[in-house]
Write a protein that binds this ligand. Sequence first.
Ligand code: SAM
Ligand code: SF4
Ligand code: SF4
Length: 345
Amino acid sequence: MNAVLENPRDPRPLDTLGRPLRDLRVSVIETCNYRCPYCMPTDFTLEETALDRARRLSFDEIETTVRAFVRVGVSKIRLTGGEPLLRKRLPDLIARLVAIPGVEDLALTTNGSLLAAQVLALKQAGLHRLTVSLDALDAGLFRALSGGRGDVSDVLAGITAAEDAGFSAIKFNCVVQRGVNESQVLPLVERFRGTRHVLRFIEYMDVGSCNGWRREAVVSSRELRDTISARWPLRPVSPSYRGEVATRHAFVDGAGEVGFISSVSEPFCGDCHRARLSADGQLFTCLFASRGQDLRSALSSGEDALAERIATLWQGREDRYSEQRNAPVPEAKPGKKIEMYFIGG
Ligand code: SAM
Ligand code: SF4
Ligand code: SF4
């Protein structure tokens, strides 16, 4: 076993930029029932995105992999996809993951379409926290933004069911694109002001290669903050912990807070402690990576070998794409990037 893993006081290996590994995003499925144009445009067929079922990690394999990640320093897990609620018997996996010693936080990101029917089982299985993506309240616009597949009333019903099931502080993710859904910003803020839920605005990112990203379509967090503050004044709030991805702003009138995730305009690579596990068992050390590292062969040798492989890979990590993106002269020409739906954001 690598010596760095043997120190029980601080088992966390550091990457080449001195960053420990704390968070893991686990993609449980790579397919989706939506076709959001910024993630999986409509010309993708299910066959193109779906893995051969045998290549998807089983629940046994995911559990072992998460145990290995915990030994290397991970304490926060987020389940994602594709659409994670399409994975059959997900509550069984949740119950297994929350029982792992060292897993302090287990969250799930969903498009909310299937939440109403499933959320009670998710809660009963022990899921700690929920994030729901919601880019529009207007029914027509929502439908267009889901690639013609989604109905906002299903998501709103899912949110009500989640509240009834006991999820009291839900996070909402909204990606704003210029000329597309700026009209939804204030209505969304108004809807969640005064609740315990927190709306976060994510800058439209150049993840993957299929969404035709243009910088002009990005609405910066600064611009959004100004728009919101002009209606409901905001003040900055200190981060809850080092490396918090969203910057927090509270309403001056006490009606809660909003968050801003500014990957494009204010990169936060220096504090990036996150790894991503794809549904087929590859490790991605950056959202913008061109390729993953296979964990399956180490997994077949057991948890010890897997923990050692993860530690070794993490120690070699150099990623800081968002900082390089803004460099006046690109430092390296990136290869074809992995798609968002494959690693889950
Ligand atoms: N299907 C689930 C959902 O939509 O919540 C989970 C997976 S989805 C890939 C995770 C998050 O990534 C969503 O909140 C989505 O809005 C966000 N996302 C996808 N493509 C994006 C992009 N190009 N820029 C910014 N956020 C993006
Ligand atoms: Fe599906 Fe989520 Fe991607 Fe939309 S953002 S296509 S809901 S995986
Ligand atoms: Fe982390 Fe990569 Fe995003 Fe930088 S660009 S914050 S290294 S995921």
